[in-house]
Design a protein around this ligand. Structure first.
Ligand SMILES: [Zn+2]
Length: 675
């Protein structure tokens, strides 16, 4: 994984300020979002967001719909406007405007897409058809890996975890069409059903691609066998979260002896990667892939390679491919009822492939300069607050505190958009087909990444686009990043009161900062190097405290008899917990934070802070998506980011007078005390 700790779900945002606390009502807390028939201490999530849930049923093309998705949808409309504006006029070939306009046009051209059918994929499938021996298999898997997923295993270039200023190559486990090993191995009815439907998907797509008869049935069987074998060797997602168990720097000359006998020369040759050593993140699954390539008959391996191509291409081909893909990944796996409209899929494809071109247009039109300034100011206040909290910790030694505060002081902070924009001049967008453009865009990304191999890490590179509604912490550069897209309501209100903004974007900033000190992030020092900088007696104390959250979340039932996964979500839960503590502490220093009795909208400042936090996670989720997210997403579900975390925050008890006997009440000795 290239960017550890990045949040897949939501977060962040901005600013501070404000002094309009004397008003009696505000526009940033919508009382209709609440359900005041609920006792806050019994179900705070329902109390704070019950009205929102009722007013915002899940649209058919969503599997989960929350206030974060709502913001994302508004952003999408703005971006669509920018893109369509470009599409109205003809632009000189090779300009960014031509690329954005033409890619969107070809993505939207359903007549051409359906007339072309599988034709745009033909030349790629022919390459697989021409595979004549095992050397060709290796060459072909490397080549496909540049633009269409990771057959067998993955390759990427990124910082060396133990020498973080340099980029090296990494090999990672991969090659599973279902993403997680559990789907192949679990014996519950839901997982069995998913495997059966996945086999049907493979069959359907092979038929769409022009295969027929016995070949199709054989292909589906071989593919499931290969993926199941790989899945058995895959490291679990819980183990993936332990950085030191996923780093093995090995000389290229020793790969045969230390990983597996494999045609490494052909593989790296095809990738165009030259180096003396690399990191093999997980050894067993890569050894297993090498073994499968050596042992399986050529026809089975070719079926698997074809599947990687077809499955990666499906979203950019005719409607029969797109619909089959949606029927499985959208309906079966996530519970969506309807395919997203073509314009949304196209906006996302253009925004993903030409991210910083779209980003530049977006910030020029929608990101006010003062937002950046306020955001930087807020980050500074949060940094001061986290420093104070670290220095006050009873369980941590002076020695570790010193290093922790040093790390905090060296956070590299990114807000809004990058100072220098990416160069897309080598990416060609033309009128051959949507698929070929998308594959070229992926290969462009690959080449850009390969270009970093063996070179120093560029700290100014962004790992998210400016228009993205999200935020991240990256441990190897010790950076926190808040793109322009998230610096809007409900995360940030330019004229909102402090309670609302500290409970919103403030918590998000604190969340990202805390990632630098969660169960993974704490293993990287201020330079971004994976090294143990903790005093020996402090690490077990941290783990003991973190385990309080592991146990607490393990006890939560998310659906029927299915429990949350406390170990898998630990980093995110620590970050939510720390974000709340740090932002609340910072809020207490503001004028509003010190006026305990002045109410706005009928709520005290402290109450508004926690209501604002809960509002970020207001959402409705389909049952299938609850099950999928519980398997795949390291973040807790919205409901539990609120009801799972707040019971560990003392200030929340005071704000809402939560008493023993209330459902969410935890006695003090059962509450986590970490940051
Ligand atoms: Zn996070």
């Amino acid at each position: 994984m290239r960017y550890l700790l990045l949040l897949a779900t939501a977060f962040t945002m901005m600013t501070a300020c404000n002094n309009q606390k004397s008003a009696q009502s505000s526009q940033d807390l919508n009382l209709g979002d609440l359900d005041t028939t609920i006792v806050p201490g019994n179900d705070f999530y329902q109390y704070a967001t019950g009205g929102w849930q009722k007013a915002n049923p899940i649209p058919d093309d969503y599997s989960r719909y929350g206030s974060f998705d709502k913001l994302r949808e508004e952003n999408q409309k703005q971006i669509q406007g920018l893109i369509e504006e470009l599409g109205k006029t003809t632009h000189e070939k090779g300009t960014n405007a031509q690329k954005v306009g033409d890619l969107y046009k070809i993505a939207m051209d359903s007549v051409k897409l359906n007339a072309d059918g599988v034709a745009p994929l033909k030349s790629y499938l022919e390459t697989v058809a021409s595979v004549a021996d095992k050397k060709d298999v290796v060459r072909c898997m490397a080549s496909i890996g540049k633009y269409a997923g990771n057959p067998f295993f993955g390759f990427y270039v990124g910082a060396d975890d133990k020498n973080s200023s340099m980029n090296i190559a990494h090999l990672t486990q991969g090659g599973l069409g279902l993403g997680d090993r559990d789907y192949y191995l679990a014996q519950d009815d839901h997982s069995k059903m998913i495997r059966e439907e996945y086999a049907k998907l493979i069959t359907k797509q092979f038929e769409n691609a022009g295969f027929s008869g016995e070949d199709v049935a054989k292909a589906a069987k071989s593919i499931l066998e290969i993926e199941t074998e790989l899945a058995k060797a895959h490291v679990t997602k819980e183990i993936r979260r332990i950085p030191e168990l996923n780093y093995h720097k090995i000389a290229i000359a020793d790969l045969n002896a230390q990983v597996a006998a494999f045609d490494w020369d052909t593989y790296f040759g095809e990738l165009g990667a030259k180096m003396d050593s690399l990191d093999v993140s997980q050894i067993a699954p890569i050894a297993k892939a090498a073994e499968l390539i050596a042992d399986k008959p050529l026809e089975e391996l070719k079926a698997y390679l074809n599947w990687n191509l077809i499955n990666s291409a499906a979203g950019y081909l005719s409607d029969d491919f797109v619909n089959a893909n949606f029927d499985f990944y959208g309906k079966v796996l996530s519970g969506s009822k309807q395919l997203r409209p073509r314009w949304k899929r196209s906006v996302d494809a253009v925004g993903g492939s030409l991210g910083e071109v779209v980003g530049q247009l977006y910030v020029e039109k929608y990101f006010p300069a003062e937002a950046k300034e306020r955001m930087l100011h807020l980050v500074e206040n949060l940094q001061i607050s986290l420093r104070e909290r670290i220095l006050q910790l009873e369980w941590m030694s002076k020695e570790t505190k010193e290093k922790a505060t040093e790390k905090l002081a060296t956070f590299y902070v990114k807000v809004g958009y990058p100072d220098k924009w990416r160069d897309y001049s080598t990416l060609e967008i033309k009128d051959d087909s949507y698929l070929q453009n998308m594959f070229r865009a992926s290969e462009f990304e690959y080449n850009d990444m390969l270009n970093d191999l063996g070179k120093p890490v560029d700290r100014d590179k962004w790992y998210m686009n400016p228009q993205t509604v999200n935020a991240y912490y990256n441990p190897t550069t010790n950076e926190i990043c808040f793109p322009a897209g998230i610096l809007q309501p409900p995360f940030f209100y330019m004229h909102g009161d402090d309670a609302i903004n500290y409970g919103g974007i403030g918590v998000v900033i604190g969340h990202e900062m805390t990632h630098g000190f969660d169960d993974q992030g704490r293993k990287y020092d201020k330079y971004g190097n994976m090294t143990d900088w903790w005093a020996a007696e402090d690490a077990p104390k941290f783990e003991e405290r973190a385990n309080v959250l592991v146990d607490h979340f393990n006890g939560i039932v998310v659906l029927d008899t299915v429990h949350a996964n406390g170990q898998f979500t630990l980093g995110e839960n620590i970050a939510d917990y720390g974000g709340l503590q740090v932002s609340y502490n910072a809020f207490l220093k503001t004028e509003e934070g010190q006026s305990t009795d002045e109410k706005l909208d009928g709520f005290t400042p402290a109450q508004r802070f926690f209501l604002s936090y809960a509002t970020l996670w207001a959402c409705n989720v389909r049952d299938a998506e609850i099950l999928r997210l519980t398997k795949m997403d390291p973040h807790s579900l919205g409901r539990w980011r609120v009801n799972g975390t707040l019971p560990h925050i003392d200030a929340w008890y005071e704000a809402f007078n939560v008493q023993s006997g209330d459902v969410l009440y935890l006695p003090k000795e059962k509450r986590a005390v970490i940051w």
